[in-house]
Ligand binder design. Structure first.
Ligand SMILES: Nc1ncnc2c1ncn2[C@@H]1O[C@H](COP(=O)(O)OP(=O)(O)OP(=O)(O)O)[C@@H](O)[C@H]1O
Ligand SMILES: O=C(O)c1ccc[n+]([C@@H]2O[C@H](COP(=O)([O-])O)[C@@H](O)[C@H]2O)c1
Length: 205
């Protein structure tokens, strides 16, 4: 695979799209994005916090999740954060995420990044038949989930093994609620943000 510096100047920018509820963002998300960026020669990865994830309940306010994502990605110049999903009214659908990003980046090639658990669910997402003209999908390994294309062809969904980090946002929230630390599961700035705003302790988020 050509390194980005070896690609012709006329080549399309290659942009990863890491969608997630990020409640909170953790090192599993960051390692997945970093590994995909390296393996697929991406120019940047845009993290896109969901606005209203229609399959999840009791989600923290979108501004908290957005700011934790900004803090977590700030040290990597190739990582960006988009507000397209949190600024759009109504339930968050990936088809809208990809359409909005395509409108903002008409010349880019988009690569939507999903964990192995999420790719199992894609057939149930809104307007899945329209995904393939908008982006290529890359499924990354995640402990506890089989990494498979879930019936999709190789030109639609690619598979990538990434370092196994058995971290979930659910477990991070539960640890905070029980008084256990989340140091080293989430970036330091995110630990401090959670403490400062009292997230995951008493339902005040
Ligand atoms: N540890 C991990 N390794 C690889 N991929 C992950 C990991 N954690 C999450 N992902 C992927 O990142 C994306 C966003 O995940 P999300 O924000 O829902 O985090 P989560 O840890 O799965 O949250 P929750 O426990 O609340 O369901 C999804 O595609 C998910 O599969
Ligand atoms: O488009 C849909 O119907 C759809 C349904 C569930 C999840 N998604 C997307 O999948 C990504 C991960 O979502 P989640 O809920 O697992 O954090 C995020 O970008 C969501 O918008 C999308």
């Amino acid at each position: 695979m050509l390194a980005s510096t070896d690609r012709p100047a006329s080549a399309k920018p290659r942009i990863g799209v890491m969608g997630g509820t990020f409640d909170p963002i953790h090192h599993g998300h960051l390692v997945a994005a970093s590994e995909v960026a390296r393996s697929y020669d991406l120019d940047e990865v845009i993290f896109v916090p969901t606005g209203q994830p229609w399959q999840k309940q009791n989600v923290s306010q979108s501004e908290h999740r957005y700011l934790m994502t900004v803090i977590a990605t700030a040290s990597n110049p190739s990582f960006k954060v988009s507000r397209v999903d949190i600024d759009r009214a109504g339930p968050t659908y990936t088809v809208d995420t990809l359409r909005d990003l395509r409108a903002q980046l008409p010349d880019a090639e988009l690569f939507f990044i999903s964990g192995a658990d999420a790719v199992e669910q894609i057939l149930g997402w809104k307007d899945v038949d329209q995904f393939w003209d908008l982006a290529h999908f890359i499924a990354v390994s995640r402990p506890g989930h089989e990494l498979s294309r879930s019936g999709f062809s190789g030109d639609r969904v690619s598979l990538l093994e990434v370092p196994a980090l058995a971290i979930s946002s659910t477990d991070c929230r539960s640890r905070v609620a029980r008084g256990y630390p989340v140091w080293y599961l989430v970036p330091d700035g995110v630990v401090q943000y959670i403490a400062k705003h009292g997230l995951y302790t008493d339902g005040s988020d």
